[in-house]
Design a protein around this ligand. Structure first.
Ligand SMILES: Nc1ncnc2c1ncn2[C@@H]1O[C@H](COP(=O)(O)OP(=O)(O)OP(=O)(O)O)[C@@H](O)[C@H]1O
Ligand SMILES: [Mg+2]
Length: 489
């Protein structure tokens, strides 16, 4: 990405603006609504109960009055006495029914007609609620006849105006409303502030830190510092910090790789030129009649040729990705021999070089790529053998191979110290597997990539005294139609 492109990008995280209502405001409104709803659910049965209790109180007072007056049962009460009783009860009439006989205890001169009758003995909860809302909504100067129990199986009835009852019920409702508003307001304010403290503020902090970090993810000081909370927010902070740290490492590694890629391209470019000059000079060697020179000159030329082709391929491909293999049948014994010659192992002073590949073994592979795979493995083994200082140690490097069906298995064995534990973890990963001073950790990664391109596998066998690397290369699959045709012909 060029700098020009970067400047056209919108600022990361810059456009995220919170909506008109933040989280706390939304919760504030919701809390008010929920508390009001809860209060409403409590209010409905309680107003019904309030009305029922109001009527029961009247009936009880009436019962006490009727009992007190029953002394003079035989006589009707004087109008003055009746007026006093009814005044006390705030009623138009009071009557009792005992043993099936109804007796009017007191009554005003002109009682208004009865509009509703409420029998307190048969008032289930739903009916009580209905009656209460009837009083509140439609109640307007109507007259109620309330009936209740009186002395065992008798009954008492009081006729009164619903106005007083309705006024009491309205006052009760108003008190409940004021209480609800106060409770919901208080709850909402408490929820609002606790939410701000517990959730919104820490989240804003995380958001701000993330925005700052996004502007320069490579700046380690911008990584979020977890607050140490032991709840979900604390966990989120820790996870974000881990993620940022991980991304920071990945970015650092990527930048290193990009820089390295550029450096490799530059080196590769000039190396190709230098190799081409070396090839020119080596061409002249071929004309020297010395037998030793004659033996080595073609090998030197072939190796230089290989190196130039590879350098050219990397350059024209633009990146260090391998070209797909160009597979042919190769005499493996000869290829291993070339690897030995290039590394100078057959003439090595202390390492015994064994090319144990059967001379008639053929492998279906890209010769240059397989050469590079084996060169890397043989070089590693030679380096491992050279490192062990003890003169009494056997230093043998063997390359063996066998064909099983359509798969060729190649083994590179040495009697060295074996692959160190540290190197085993990331053995085939670029830049990560090296445990050798001066090693780049690329050799095995390249070898693995090339083998995989052949559809094969590479691995470290566990059974060696030294190190044993095993490669399996399957032949190219033969199209079924071709096989049938060749059989038929
Ligand atoms: N035959 C072997 N015996 C012991 N250790 C080995 C052997 N082959 C590989 N290793 C270990 O595996 C590591 C990774 O090898 P690899 O070829 O990928 O990288 P390198 O040799 O360190 O560097 P280079 O990129 O130059 O090859 C080596 O550093 C070495 O420690
Ligand atoms: Mg190596």
């Amino acid at each position: 990405m060029t700098e020009e492109n970067d400047s056209q990008k919108p600022p990361i995280g810059g456009e995220v603006t919170p909506g008109r209502f933040g989280l706390s405001a939304k919760l504030l409104v919701l809390t008010v609504l929920f508390v009001m709803l809860a209060e409403l659910l409590i209010y409905v049965p309680s107003i019904a109960n309030f009305q029922k209790t109001g009527i029961e109180d009247r009936l009880e007072t009436a019962t006490v009055a009727a009992r007190a007056l029953s002394v003079s049962e035989a006589h009707a009460l004087s109008p003055q006495m009746q007026a006093t009783v009814l005044d006390e009860l705030d009623a138009y009439a009071l009557a009792i029914r005992v043993d099936g006989m109804k007796k009017l205890v007191a009554m005003t001169d002109m009682p208004p007609p009865v509009a509703r009758e409420i029998d307190i003995r048969q008032l289930p909860p739903v009916a009580a609620i209905r009656e209460a809302f009837d009083t509140l909504i439609s109640g307007n100067n109507r007259t109620i006849r309330a009936v209740g129990p009186y002395q065992g199986d008798g009954e008492i009835e009081v006729v009164f105006s619903e106005n007083g009852l309705k006024a009491d019920m309205l006052a009760y409702s108003r008190n409940i409303l004021i209480l609800s508003i106060a409770i919901s307001g208080l709850a909402a304010v408490l929820v609002y502030f606790s939410l701000r403290m517990l959730l919104v503020r820490p989240m804003l902090r995380v958001g701000r830190t993330l925005t700052a970090w996004l502007e320069d993810p490579e700046d380690q000081s911008r990584v979020i510092v977890p607050s140490g909370r032991r709840d979900e927010i604390g966990e989120m902070e820790t996870r974000i910090a881990t993620m940022q740290q991980h991304l920071h490492d990945v970015l650092k590694q990527q930048r290193r790789l990009a820089e390295l890629g550029l450096a490799v391209s530059k080196i590769n470019h000039d190396l190709r030129n230098l190799l081409a000059s070396a090839q020119l000079m080596s061409d002249r060697l071929a004309s020297i009649p010395d037998p030793t020179v004659q033996r080595f000159a073609p090998k030197l030329l072939a190796t230089l040729d290989r190196a130039i082709t590879y350098a050219q391929a990397v350059l024209s491909y633009g990146k260090a990705q391998e070209l797909p293999p160009t597979r042919r049948l190769i005499a493996l014994n000869r290829l291993v021999g070339e690897v030995g010659d290039v590394t100078g192992l057959p003439a090595h002073a202390s390492i015994e070089w064994v090319n144990a590949v059967p001379t008639d073994l053929e492998v279906d592979a890209d010769s240059d790529q397989l050469f590079r795979v084996l060169l890397n493995l043989v070089r590693n083994s030679a380096q491992a053998l050279e490192q062990s200082g003890d003169e009494t140690c056997v230093r043998r490097l063997t390359v063996a191979a066998e064909r099983t069906g359509s798969v060729v298995k190649i083994r590179v064995l040495d009697t060295g110290p074996g692959v160190p534990e540290k190197a085993r973890e990331h053995l085939f990963k670029p830049f990560q597997g090296s445990a050798r001073r001066g090693g780049t950790g690329l050799g095995l990664a390249i070898a693995a990539e090339l083998v995989r391109a052949h559809g094969g596998s590479i691995g470290l066998a566990a059974d060696g005294p030294g190190a044993i690397f095993e490669i399996e290369i399957p032949d190219r699959p033969v199209p079924l139609g071709e096989v049938r045709r060749s059989r038929a012909s």
